[in-house]
Design a protein around this ligand. Structure first.
Ligand code: BES
Ligand code: MN
Ligand code: MN
Length: 459
């Protein structure tokens, strides 16, 4: 903690306790029975921003969950950092796989366990506490604005409009986000891209009602069998995706970029053993880092139909369903991919079933520059606190609003994440290392400082 301010060391325990208060609120955006908690969480985030020193902090109502906006302008001639994060979390299910309550945060072996510990309450709160430290020690170097939303995990449906409606208010020089991962405490890194997402739901219908599988089975197509075959055909023997036109807009990496990407420390044996698998799987001709970072994929998120209750029921179901998502890379477009998928799914459906395809929320891929002042400031900040120059990596996840920051507000983003890939985000026993939480609080003020200094140099 050699680069921590006295204030940060003194307040460490309180910072953690205040994070725990946030983690106790079950702000599950997908669960409408939790709407009161989501609203309470927005209120708590607003209060924390006022306490941190913001002059303005407000809860902005939307058609969905509220957005928290806050700002502290210390000097209009200084650069402005717009910090983005989200206070909503994924549902905690399956509950029986948690070793402690998802909304009863605990520290075990130096790790905070709770839903949202890493994604994204823990990481978002680092920025609140970093601001509080800078404000308390009169060391703010930039103006700050905050957007903390409550709908990231359900596609940021109402945030796009908020950006459109508040262009003037949201004027800034850079967007700073901690909602991604780094390689490890030994290998700090900065994600320089996020994948896009197209999310589809399909329904396959056979006969007009459930049938006795003895009376009709073998003579009438079973929609579960048909759907399974259709799904299986979506990857060929090289695990390429067979949706026509799927790869048309995919930007191939240059050889130089591929070499750089694969130079990141990565231990395949450890990756496999940590996941309990004997071997990895994926598109022929690409490494694991490429498969998750720069190649598009197609995944089954869920499949259901027929009888899944206790015991056995002999039935030929009328319908089968699946949720299928595709991670996208530059220059794929989520709506175009959704259309290609729909056309393909209709085309491969045999005439003994009918199919229905619907599109859920999605988002566009982004690549963030590494030659910008903001990237260099982040690099120097991490180097200051980790003693090592961070390496650029590509993240596999998606944050739909990032593309809109650029499109609507003309702002680039720096993804300065402090999570680890094995933090179990979206999964039982989500965790965030206490040291990563403190490292974030320690590093963020350096970003502000270097960004101000480097912008000055530029002007
Ligand atoms: N913070 C994650 C995205 C993420 C995780 C990026 C790890 C890079 C590394 C975010 O909260 C998330 O889960 N996004 C969703 C998309 C959303 C539309 C539900 C995702 O990636 O599935
Ligand atoms: Mn997140
Ligand atoms: Mn998430």
């Amino acid at each position: 903690m050699q680069n921590c301010t006295h204030y940060q060391v003194e307040q460490q325990e309180r910072f953690l306790n205040e994070l725990f208060d946030l983690l106790r609120i079950p702000s599950v955006s997908a669960d409408s029975t939790k709407n009161n908690d989501t609203a309470a969480c927005a209120e708590a985030v607003k209060e924390s921003l006022l306490k941190a020193g913001c002059d303005i902090a407000e809860v902005c109502l939307t058609a969905g969950h509220p957005i928290v906006y806050a700002e502290k302008i210390i000097n209009p001639s200084l650069p402005t950092i717009l910090t983005y994060g989200h206070y909503d979390v994924q549902p905690p299910d399956p509950l029986d796989l948690w070793t402690s309550g998802p909304f009863e945060p605990v520290v075990v072996d130096g790790k905070i366990y709770a839903r949202g510990a890493c994604d994204d309450k823990g990481q978002m709160f680092m920025h609140v506490k970093a601001l509080e430290s800078m404000h308390a020690t009169q060391s703010m170097a930039c103006n700050v604005k905050f957007i903390i939303e409550g709908e990231e995990e359900v596609g940021s449906t109402n945030l796009g409009k908020f950006l459109e409606d508040n262009k003037e208010k949201l004027k800034a020089d850079i967007v700073l986000v901690s909602d991604t991962s780094m390689i490890s405490m030994e290998h700090p890194s900065i994600e320089t891209g996020l994948r896009g997402l197209a999310y589809m739901e399909v329904e396959v219908t056979g006969p007009n009602r459930d049938l006795h599988s003895g009376v009709y089975g073998g003579a009438v197509a079973n929609p579960i069998t048909v759907l399974s075959k259709m799904i299986a055909s979506m990857h060929d023997e090289n695990n390429h995706i067979t949706v026509e036109g799927f790869y048309d807009d995919v930007q191939e990496l240059s050889n130089e970029d591929r070499i750089a990407l694969n130079a990141a420390p990565f231990d395949l044996a450890e990756y496999q053993s940590e996941l309990g698998i004997k071997n990895v799987w994926g598109e022929t001709g690409y490494t694991t880092l490429e498969r998750t970072g720069v190649r598009p994929t197609l995944e089954l998120n869920g499949i259901w139909g027929g009888y899944i209750g206790e015991g056995a029921k002999t039935v030929l179901p009328s319908k089968a369903f699946a949720k299928i998502s595709m991670r996208l890379v530059p220059n794929q477009n989520s709506h175009k991919i959704a259309e290609l998928f729909t056309a393909h799914f209709n085309k491969i459906a045999p005439d003994y079933v009918s199919v229905k395809v619907t599109e859920h929320h999605g988002g566009e891929p982004v690549v963030t520059p590494t030659d910008s002042i903001a990237y260099k400031a982040a690099e120097k900040a991490l180097e200051t606190t980790f003693g090592k120059k961070p390496i650029p990596t590509r993240g596999g996840g998606s944050i739909p609003i990032i593309a809109l920051f650029e499109k609507t507000l003309g702002l680039k983003t720096v993804l300065m994440g402090f999570g680890l890939d094995n933090d179990n985000i979206h999964s039982p026993n989500e965790k965030f290392d206490v040291v990563n939480f403190y490292k974030g609080i320690e590093t963020i003020p350096y970003f502000h400082k270097y960004f101000a200094e480097m912008s000055q140099g530029e002007a």
